[in-house]
Each structure stands twice: as structure tokens, then as C-alpha cells.
Ligand binder design. Structure first.
Ligand code: BEZ
Length: 211
């Protein structure tokens, strides 16, 4: 069955371009993102990996470790990294899992047989420090993902994990947040000392509490 939000991200061991890993050990106590690529030496995947590598300082700032996966073998990944670095003006700086037997891809339900019998779709799993799945995304092979959107979601996930807020449509880090409905009006001054704007009884905004 597909992984759902709140499920424990299954553990596995795998060969990667940066050595063997035990996934949970590799994650340690921080956040992680695992994302799949249909195949090596493919154009869209090449641009995605370049973008992710260039954004590594932003993932680091948020305490998020990145790991990619494709069903091709390690030797193929190693050759592909040369092309990624050359064409995307980056230096690959996180591991790519080799999954030729599709063990991890099957564990994470990344192969959708009605889309393609062999290759993974573009899955994204954001995993919290408690090893629970916090976000899943599934894109078809023909559509590259937006890694700035993934950073934006991580900002929201990390904020809402620590404060009784939610983030509204198109929210960006630094903008006002929504006070969750479970918070009573009389709790607001203590929980949100920066103040609140009441638009409706159920729609209350507050400045981002952790800024
Ligand atoms: C790509 O990464 O460019 C790609 C991979 C599989 C199918 C279509 C595009």
C-alpha cells in the first residue's frame, strides 16, 4: 500500500554514490528528503539534480539532508554525475541511491505500472526528525519538479511543527500565518504576542512567530 502522511518512512540499506547507507541512520535526528528519478542520462532529471545541488546550502540551512534515487546501477550514476556537473554548472553534493533491483522503489511505491512498468515516477518524500512522512508529491516523468516549492513546503512544515499555526495559500517564509482553529481567542495574547488580525472568527492571522 502507498505510504501516507504520518506513516513511518520505511528503513532500508542501499548503495549510493557516497557509499552504503542505512537510511534511518543516515537521516540521523534531522529532516530528510528522498526523491526519485525515472532514469539516468535523461534530460529533465539532469536539470532537477543540478537545481537540487545548487540549492544544497538552502537545504543545509533548514537541517534537511537530500538523497536522490534511480533504478540504474552505481556505475551509471557515477558517469551521469559528470554530465550533471558539466551541464548544470554544479558540483553534485548529495548521494544518489542505486536501485537496480528496485528494492527501495517498490518499498516507497515509486513505480506506478500504469504510467511505466519499469521506471519510477518523480516521487518526493519529506521525512521529519521522528522518521514520519510529512509530505508526498508525485509528478509524471514528463514534468520536472520545482525545488523552490519543496523548500517553501519545508519552511511551512518546520514552522507548523512548532507553533499552532497553518500557512495560507501561496505563503512564503516571513509572511503572516493563520492561527489554527483549535486555538481559542483568549489564548492568542499568550501564544502570539506579536498580535492577531481577526477577519472572521475562523480566519485569524498572526505575524510569523519564529521570525
Ligand atoms: C527525463 O528525465 O527527461 C525523462 C525521463 C523519463 C521520461 C521522460 C523524460
Amino acid at each position: 500500500m502507498a505510504l501516507r502522511l504520518g506513516d513511518t518512512a520505511p528503513n532500508f540499506t542501499a548503495e549510493t554514490t557516497e557509499g552504503s547507507i542505512d537510511f534511518h541512520q543516515w537521516l540521523g535526528t534531522g529532516w530528510g528528503i528522498l526523491f526519485s528519478h525515472p532514469a539516468d542520462f535523461t534530460p529533465v532529471c539532469t536539470t532537477e539534480l543540478g537545481a537540487a545541488a545548487r540549492l544544497k546550502p538552502e537545504f543545509d540551512k533548514r537541517g534537511v539532508k537530500c538523497v536522490a534515487i534511480s533504478v540504474d546501477p552505481l556505475k551509471s550514476h557515477q558517469g551521469w554525475i559528470g554530465d550533471i556537473n558539466e551541464t548544470q554548472k554544479c558540483s553534485m553534493n548529495f548521494p544518489i541511491i542505486a536501485d537496480p533491483d528496485r528494492k527501495v522503489s517498490m518499498l516507497y511505491d515509486m513505480i506506478h505500472p500504469n504510467a511505466d512498468a519499469t521506471f519510477t515516477v518523480r516521487s518526493v518524500f519529506v521525512i521529519g526528525p521522528d522518521k514520519k512522512v510529512k509530505l508526498t508529491l508525485t509528478y509524471p516523468a514528463s514534468t520536472g519538479r520545482n525545488f523552490l516549492e519543496i523548500l517553501r513546503v519545508i519552511d511551512s512544515l518546520q514552522l507548523t511543527a512548532n507553533y499552532k499555526v497553518a500557512t495560507p495559500v501561496n505563503w512564503e517564509n516571513g509572511q503572516d500565518c493563520i492561527i489554527t482553529p483549535a486555538v481559542k481567542d483568549d489564548e492568542i495574547p499568550k501564544l502570539f504576542p506579536k498580535g492577531a488580525r481577526h477577519v472572521k472568527p475562523y480566519l485569524r492571522y498572526t505575524p510569523q512567530p519564529n521570525r
